[in-house]
Design a protein around this ligand. Structure first.
Ligand SMILES: [Zn+2]
Length: 371
């Protein structure tokens, strides 16, 4: 950064500083839970004591020269170093957010900023969220809760796709239903809830399932991110279709939900040509299960419906929402920190991940397929 006389710095709100033996300065970065220790001299300690969020750099240079005989070049080098280490941040930058949004998302932008650079970068990440358009296929317990969490985080454009209406059993698992909604389309109830969370949200409601003849390309091509939890006709089919179209249009997507008897699956983030796509997962399972032969079950009349528990749906939804926020804001480089599909177990609270890699032979995202 360029430091000029009028630049004003402050110690970041999210950083706690501790000095040991007058020599070691430890910075606790409260948002990212990191800690760094620096060897410092008397001049750095004195400078930090004089950075108060009001004094301009010109005044700091003068003060340090008069009181400690510190040279201005040395002060500038220390300021640059403290700034690069994200101990101090520049103040007085103009926020790209409207005043009410600055207030609404103050805690969140503070959080984002620690992963980026200056505190002014937090509102920029918030703006990226606000400008994002997310399509959610399947608005049940997991899909609906993801949409709610994203709306609360500040996503302002949604397309909701679902074929179902609210039933009495949904009220125990879905955050956005009450008894007055029974019989109404889920997309209608969820859209109303999103607008209640944030009147600036725009929602397109599509009351439909995902049949083989349905063309989802117009929806996918218009949005920035796609979530799939749709289980009609079944989750394997809809996920494969969503992922194929998303890879074609280079759209990141999330396959979420407690599907296929995995009640608290973490699902998976798919970034085309970076992480494994749904077809890569399918090929992984085909290979790892090639020697497994399903036995005919002796009980023929089995109930096909699996159970559910609201906190487990919320776990899956929250896990997905965190990954989606990280991707949309760009606060974390997801190409090197994404997780493949995982499963959280109710009994011992363990969380394990599959070891799935991109398949170079994948017909959807493999080496022979280019954008
Ligand atoms: Zn693939």
């Amino acid at each position: 950064m360029t430091i000029v006389d009028s630049t004003v710095f402050k110690v970041r709100d999210s950083v706690d500083l501790f000095l040991t033996d007058g020599t070691y300065l430890t910075a606790y970065y409260m948002n990212s839970r990191k800690r760094r220790t620096f060897r410092v001299n008397e001049e750095t300690v004195a400078l930090l004591e004089r950075i108060d969020g009001r004094r301009q750099v010109g005044e700091l240079r003068q003060l340090m020269l008069e009181e400690l005989g510190a040279k201005p070049e040395s002060i500038d080098r220390t300021l640059e170093s403290l700034h690069a280490s994200r101990v101090i941040t520049e103040v007085g930058c103009t926020s790209p957010l409207e005043r009410d949004d600055e207030e609404r998302y103050a805690r969140q932008t503070n959080y984002f900023a620690e992963f980026l650079g200056d505190e002014a970068d937090g509102p920029l990440a918030q703006r990226r969220l606000a400008e994002s358009h997310v399509a959610v296929f399947g608005c049940g317990a997991v899909g609906g809760d993801i949409a709610i969490e994203l709306a609360m985080a500040g996503v302002r454009h949604f397309t909701l796709v679902d074929y179902d209406v609210v039933e009495p059993s949904d009220a125990s698992r879905h955050l956005y239903f009450d008894l007055a909604d029974i019989g109404k389309p889920k997309v209608e109830s969820l859209a109303r809830r999103l607008r209640e969370i944030d009147p600036k949200v725009s929602v397109e409601e599509v009351f439909s399932s995902m049949r083989p003849e349905d063309d989802i390309e117009p929806i996918v091509s218009e949005c920035d991110f796609v979530v799939n939890t749709m289980d009609e006709p079944y989750i394997g089919y809809t996920s494969a279709k969503v992922s194929r179209v998303c890879v074609k249009h280079d759209k990141a997507h999330y396959i979420a939900g407690g599907f296929d008897a995995h009640l608290a699956s973490t699902g998976e983030l798919v970034i085309p040509h970076v992480t494994p796509c749904v077809e890569c997962y399918a090929r992984y399972f085909k290979e790892s299960l090639k020697d497994w032969k399903p036995a005919r079950h002796p009980v023929e009349d089995r109930a096909l419906e699996i159970g559910g528990l609201s906190p487990m749906s919320l776990f899956s939804a929250s896990f997905a929402a965190i990954e989606i926020v990280k991707y949309l804001t760009g606060i974390v480089d997801m190409s090197c920190s994404y997780k493949p599909r995982g499963e959280w177990l109710f009994g011992d609270m363990s969380l394990s991940y599959l070891d799935v890699r991109r398949d170079p032979e994948c017909p959807v995202c493999g080496e022979g397929v280019r954008l």
